[in-house]
Design a protein around this ligand. Sequence first.
Ligand SMILES: *Cc1c(COP(=O)(O)O)cnc(C)c1O
Length: 627
Amino acid sequence: RLGCSFEVRGGTLGVVMGRPSALQGIPYDRPVVGYGGKNINTLRLWSAAAPGAFDFAAFSAGEFVSALAGQLSAESLTRVLYPDDSTSMGQGLRFVQEYFLVACSLADLVRRFRRGHDDWGSLPDQVAIQLNDTHPAMAVPELMRILLDEAGLGWEEAWDLTRRTLAYTNHTLLPEALEKWPLRWFERLLPRQLEIILEIDRRLAAEVRARFPGDEGRIARSSLVENDGDRRIRMAHLAIVGSHSTNGVAAIHSELLRKVTVRDLAELYPERFGNKTNGVTPRRWLLLANPALAGSITAAIGDRWITDLAELERLAPLTEDTGFRDAVHDARRRAKSSFADWLKTNSGVVVDPDSIFDSQVKRIHEYKRQFLNGLRVVVLYNRLRQDPALEMAPRTFFFAGKAAPAYELAKLVIKFLNNLAGTIDGDPAVRGRLKVVFLPEYNVSLAERLIPASDVSNQISTAGYEASGTSNMKFMMNGALTIGTRDGATIEMAQAAGEENFFLFGLTAQQVTNSRPWYSPWWHYKHEPETRAALNLIFSDHFSRYEPGAFLPLRRALLEAGDRYMHLADLSAYLQADRRLLEAHADRDRWMRMAVANIAHSGRFSSDRTIVEYASEIWQASPCPVP
Ligand SMILES: *Cc1c(COP(=O)(O)O)cnc(C)c1O
């Protein structure tokens, strides 16, 4: 139930304030089939409908459209799941969508719990709810509302059950991505939930005051309500205060979350904070995506790795086995050929499988620094143009990724990479030596094809900004070598495989923080000839001949606006790491030793390990064997 209703006006969905309404949730169960499993679980998704919205009288009178208007508007609530790109969003519809999905899921969960239990006290033993980011954080006041208003429990008991049932995973530290909903939206749409949030906040303030007397600044910083101008609810604070566990998704991320982003709450509740490093499923990302490599691994160590990826450790001694190295080399060569064939058939683009396949595939975002990769390519392009006799292994650079609809700079980066590809393609000076391909429509199916075919994985986010990353893991278990910054789970991957098997470069998270006050991109422009030449070439419209000035917004962000993500601070270190990489690649045995070491030590990055940690350390859930 909402404190408002919806209407379609002129083809768009409008919210009508002051006219309460109800929406109906229709469940759709999707089967979730585990590898070799004997049972099938279900994932329940929800669609919105308006009860009784169909106006039969209006329909009979010929007003076909208006008779369906209520139904149409309700459905538009669940038609689109906002593309989560961590920024450039901010729609009232998203707020209602979040509440709708929380309300449906909780009502359903409580109904099923009540079928077998009449004591509310066992709710946390029977049920574990993991808040996957802050998007479902309204579960805190909604579960409280159910326990207070429907179950008739007192505040203390309802609060204890709510906290013990809920747990929260944080996925990003970017301030613009931490949800903060206007308090007046709650006032109008969810007045009872707001009442509960404000009571939680009142009690929180009392607790902080008792623990840290005289520290009023801390109360304001910890509060669920941000109070600068228009009041907003801090959804991350709500999730942390209303749950028994908060975790980040890689060691460095969990530490920054605790020590910087929500430091005051971590000092208040230190025992609630932990880490669960992300993982990826080896069934999809190795067995299914790379049958040739999977076959070589199975031939060497048997097939237990499929369900216990730690088994890959047994490949470690085989780094010194030429037979195994050759098998891995052949399998990888097959994956490259089959990708090249697929690409040619499906897009007409021809790439040379004997060139180094160097990939950066992920959402387009300034902090992920696809433009830094673009600058690297422009520097290499300049080197080849200046010295046609330069010895350099042929390389193919693949980019893929989508941008959020309203993220203009990210879209301009896509345009730049496409223009870069076009210009380099048309330049006979570098033909057969350098190629850039931007693959459109990046999705999981494309990732499954490209990742097994890649020799090099670019993980080059500004240190401290990539919470975990997971494509880094997919590449690693397929035997690609990583060139990257010390960020997210890449740090743990390099630890597992040994830094000598990685090409790490650039500022650390600490150095990024320390140098921020005095960092100037101009210094690099003035003192680094290759950096300057690359930027001059781009901003002289070499890659935008028919659209002069097209890339000026990039110049503004990179030079005039201070280069928030410090592209220029890391460019020369990136180029040095790139030289080390080419050196290693020139020695096939050395490269394959490194590749095998990466595969052998990738076992920790299976999502099976991650899920076991969630189950045993957060949910207190033990395995339920199927006979
Ligand atoms: C794995 C994956 C991601 C996540 O990539 P990161 O590099 O970790 O950001 C994004 N999109 C698709 C399609 C993926 O398969």
